[in-house]
Design a binder for this molecule. Structure first.
Ligand code: CP
Length: 324
């Protein structure tokens, strides 16, 4: 039987969209991370511009709220000299019942070259990628619980950057992802990327009600006790409790959650010396993470945001450089 080609790759195996990290090779991930590294210094230049997307129109379509992702995609596209249009979904004709695909068709009629899409429905960016013209590129900025590929990539960039300073590579690391993994598209993208990059010990830590099935099959060790789960790890990725995606009571209370799974200074001391603390944001201080840890010297949370610009520049420039 012929295998169906993944919709984000062309016949040469090059990225034409970025929809998910699942199925991408180590070479794909390293190409994006290396390209991002070449863009990091653009932010330090007096003129923070490269001509790579000059004359191209990038449309940001955020059907769900965002601070970090939407803003850094806009900055990234502008640093690549694209014309950027942010559709205000609340004030758009979506509110009058226009379908997402009709919105895409109309924006395509305005000569869009790239759509950056966040949507509460898993698979929405895949659907768009199936309907756009061959020269148009789609980048997933987070779809439902499914995937947040650019967050996964900027997390990999951050880990690679800080672990290199400690003389370590992905193949040397213990990484713990802690919290609401069930509802987290970030966790799914991180797990795919960390596995592909060869992390030998990947842990999922949280209450059993917030851990999805199938983690062990993906090579992830599961811990329901925080102190055991973060012992000796090099990297701790804390996740937000996604109350907006929870149906029914999966937790006793925020206070009790913090008692059992909140990252405090005392708990952080159980990890490897100089372990880094990450969080995709937005944070619930005092729920999944104590403020003194979030603002402490081991936290690299704001570095993640900064690296997000270069990583999104890399993704947009690479997909735009490949033909369907
Ligand atoms: N990490 C992340 O996706 O943050 P925003 O929701 O603010 O974009």
């Amino acid at each position: 039987m012929l295998s169906k080609r993944h919709p984000q790759l062309n016949k040469n195996g090059e990225l034409i969209h970025l929809l998910t990290l699942e199925g991408l090779s180590r070479a794909h991930l390293n190409q994006i991370l290396d390209t991002a590294a070449s863009f990091v210094t653009v932010s330090d230049q007096e003129v923070k511009k490269l001509p790579i997307l000059r004359g191209k129109s990038v449309f940001n379509l955020f059907f769900e709220n965002s601070t970090r992702t939407r803003t850094t995609f806009e900055i990234a596209a502008k640093r690549l000299s694209a014309d950027v249009f942010n559709l205000d979904i609340q004030r758009s004709s979506t509110a009058k019942g226009e379908t997402m695909l009709d919105t895409i068709a109309n924006l395509s009629a305005m000569q869009a070259d790239m759509f950056v899409v966040r949507h509460s429905s898993s698979g929405a960016p895949f659907l768009i990628a199936e309907h756009v013209a061959p020269h148009v590129h789609v980048v997933n900025a987070g779809d439902g619980r499914h995937a947040h590929p650019t967050q996964g990539l900027l997390d990999m960039y951050t880990i690679r950057h800080f672990m290199a300073k400690r003389g370590k590579q992905f193949t040397d690391l213990r990484v713990a992802i802690v919290g609401d993994i069930l509802h987290s598209r970030v966790a799914r993208s991180d797990i795919h990327a960390l596995s592909t990059l060869g992390v030998p010990e990947l842990r999922a830590v949280g209450p059993l009600t917030l851990l999805p099935g199938g983690l062990e099959e993906m090579g992830v060790r599961v811990f329901s006790k925080m102190d055991e789960g973060i012992k000796d790890v090099d990297v701790i990725i804390m996740l937000r409790l996604q109350n907006e995606r929870m149906k029914g009571a999966l937790l006793p209370s925020a206070q009790e959650y913090f008692e059992h799974y909140g990252l405090t200074r005392e708990r952080l001391a159980l990890a490897a010396p100089n372990a880094i603390v990450m969080h995709p944001g937005p944070m619930n201080r005092g729920v999944e993470i104590a403020s003194d840890v979030a603002d402490g010297e081991q936290a690299v949370i704001l570095d993640q945001v900064t690296f997000g610009i270069a990583v999104r520049m890399a993704v947009m420039s690479l997909v735009a450089g490949n033909k369907a």
